[in-house]
Design a protein. Structure first.
Length: 336
């Protein structure tokens, strides 16, 4: 990707539990403000061009726009939301734990913009801290809990919910609501900002010395599982989610070049979904252990991010940078 990053920035009782979890998947939080439409699967709001299906036929646009920042899109990741559209074009894919032990993705775009991305879902409080590493990023999301929206609106970012920019979002017919909201990135950014916008602190280059052979790694959340299998022929890790190969709506296998398992503190926040489940808060400022997968090997690392406006560095026990391979990076935030 040619990045030159800058350091800135899981009986009857069982049946009831299953029913509650299923409802939790559908729950996003509430709408774009205290009186907005609920993003909980019960009453999705209408958007422009409703009824279309995602189209990946157009190649992602590649460019560099001086002074522009990244586009971050919150991606629904329950089973009903798959396959995704446009996630293979992201420079970075973050995974975080949400209510009920499930997971959600944040796809970050800088070097190219796909024609369509989605399905899009709601934001979380943790996103604000994670995004501070970028200079006024655009955050595309379906909405958020009413009490959270004021915090999002005050954050140093450009919040983009359905209805704010004409024609940016549409409802597809490939999946049931609320798992069918899609974004046209070109309606939010005129072109991709370029690699300089990736102020993540990541370094790219030759693999560190050492490492242990590791061709298959599984990461578990309380109600979600990710597996990464090294493909020497593709020089990439093939992604599976909950035991099923992860592909895009166009049939492309999700295959990052580098996978980072970052062990962080995950605590309760002051927010809940409509069922009363607490929303976990993932702390991405601080330090801790990490495992970096590249080239079929695993490297033990230490991560550090002193403040929210910094990026995150990954170093060996000797303090040397742990370089990532050129290509897409997945970062999975896992409870330490």
């Amino acid at each position: 990707m040619g990045r030159r990053a800058r350091t800135r920035r899981a009986t009857t009782t069982a049946a009831l539990l299953a029913a509650a979890l299923t409802a939790s998947l559908a729950a996003g939080c509430t709408g774009t403000n205290g009186s907005g439409p609920a993003d909980d699967g019960r009453a999705p709001g209408r958007t422009h061009d409703e009824g279309r299906t995602p189209d990946e036929s157009q190649e992602p646009s590649e460019s560099g726009l001086a002074g522009a920042s990244v586009l971050a899109v919150k991606i629904d990741n329950v089973r009903a939301a798959r396959p995704h559209t446009g996630t293979d074009s992201a420079d970075i894919v973050y995974t975080e734990q949400v209510e009920g032990g499930l997971s959600r993705l944040m796809a970050v775009y800088a070097t190219k913009l796909p024609k369509v991305v989605g399905p899009v879902r709601s934001a979380r409080e943790s996103d604000l801290e994670l995004l501070r590493q970028f200079d006024h990023p655009t955050l595309a999301f379906s909405g958020a809990q009413g009490k959270l929206m004021p915090l999002i609106n005050k954050a140093p970012l450009n919040p983009q919910t359905p209805g704010k920019t004409s024609g940016a979002y549409f409802r597809g017919t490939d999946k049931p609501a609320p798992h069918n909201l899609y974004l046209r990135p070109s309606r939010l950014l005129p072109q991709a900002p370029g690699a300089d916008a990736l102020t993540t602190g990541f370094t790219y280059g030759s693999a560190p010395s050492g490492g242990k052979k590791d061709t298959s790694e599984t990461v578990r959340y309380p109600a979600a599982t990710y597996s990464f299998t090294w493909s020497s022929s593709r020089d990439r890790y093939l992604v599976s989610m909950d035991g099923t190969a992860a592909v895009t709506t166009g049939g492309k296998r999700l295959a990052p070049a580098t996978v980072v398992v970052q062990y962080v503190k995950i605590r309760k926040s002051g927010f809940h979904d409509f069922l009363g489940n607490n929303t976990p808060y993932t702390e991405t400022v601080g330090s801790g252990k990490a495992k970096v997968l590249r080239g079929g090997k695993a490297y033990d690392a230490r991560w550090e991010r002193d403040k929210a406006t910094d990026g995150t560095t990954f170093t060996t026990s000797d303090g040397d940078p742990v370089n990532f391979a050129e290509g897409q990076v997945w970062v999975l935030f896992v409870k330490a």
